[in-house]
Design a protein around this ligand. Structure first.
Ligand code: FES
Ligand code: FES
Length: 205
C-alpha cells in the first residue's frame, strides 16, 4: 500500500465517516488495493510468472518474466518451441513475427506474452500442416514464393487472415494488405501471385 493510499484512507476516517459506514469504506479500500496489487505484481514483478497461452488450439503454460514478448515466449520458452514466427527486427517494422490474435494479424514482437493470455493465438503452424496445407501455404509452394524464407511465415499468416476478410481481392488490395510485411529478398511478385492463386481456391483457406 502506498503512503498516498494510506493517507486517503485516514482522511476518510478522519472526516467523520463513522460506524458501519467507515467499516464498509475500509473494506472497499482494502479490496481495491488488493486488486491493484495483483495487477502490479503481474506487470511489475521481476521474477517469472506463469502464463497460459492458447496456441494453435492448445493450452500451453510458460514461466516467463512479465516483460517477455509473445514472440520470445513462443520461440524460447515453450517446449516444444513454436518457431514459425521469426525474430528479425524485433521492433515492429518487418512483419516476420506475425501471428493472429483472435484472427487478427499482430506483430508478436510487440505484444507481451502476458497480454496474449485469454486470446486465441494462431501461428503459421496452426494454419495447415505439410500434409494438409491451407490454400495460401500450398500456393506459396506452387508459385515458388520464397527465397530465404525468413519472411514467409509472416506473409502466409497475413494473407491467410486477409483472404478470409476479402476472398476475391485485386492485386492492388493484396499489395495493400501486405504493406506491414517486408521481404528483403524481393520476392514480392511471386508472393502476390501466390496470394491471388490462393484466393481463387478460397474454400480451402
Ligand atoms: S520481428 Fe516483429 S515486426 Fe519484425
Ligand atoms: S524470401 Fe528472404 S526475406 Fe523474403
Amino acid at each position: 500500500m502506498s503512503k498516498h493510499d494510506s493517507s486517503r484512507r485516514n482522511f476518510l476516517k478522519g472526516v467523520g465517516i463513522a460506524g458501519a459506514g467507515a467499516a464498509i469504506t475500509d473494506h472497499l479500500w482494502t479490496e481495491a488495493e488488493a486488486k491493484e496489487e495483483q495487477q502490479t505484481t503481474a506487470y511489475g514483478a521481476s521474477g517469472d510468472i506463469k502464463v497460459v497461452l492458447n496456441v494453435n488450439g492448445q493450452q500451453r503454460t510458460v514461466q516467463v518474466e512479465p516483460r517477455t514478448t509473445l514472440l520470445n515466449a513462443l520461440r524460447n520458452h515453450l517446449e516444444p518451441a513454436v518457431t514459425g514466427p521469426k525474430l528479425v527486427c524485433d521492433m515492429g517494422t518487418c512483419g516476420a513475427c506475425t501471428v493472429l490474435l483472435d484472427g487478427k494479424p499482430a506483430y508478436s514482437c510487440l505484444v507481451l506474452a502476458l497480454d496474449a493470455a485469454n486470446k486465441k493465438i494462431t501461428t503459421v503452424e496452426g494454419l495447415g500442416t505439410p500434409e494438409n496445407p491451407n490454400a495460401v501455404q500450398a500456393a506459396f509452394v506452387e508459385h515458388d514464393a520464397l527465397m530465404c524464407g525468413f519472411c514467409t511465415p509472416g506473409f502466409v499468416t497475413t494473407i491467410s487472415a486477409y483472404l478470409k476478410k476479402n476472398p476475391n481481392p485485386s492485386l492492388a488490395e493484396v499489395r495493400e494488405a501486405c504493406k506491414g510485411n517486408f521481404c528483403r529478398c524481393g520476392t514480392y511478385p511471386r508472393v502476390f501471385e501466390a496470394a491471388l492463386a490462393a484466393a481463387r481456391k478460397g474454400s480451402q483457406i
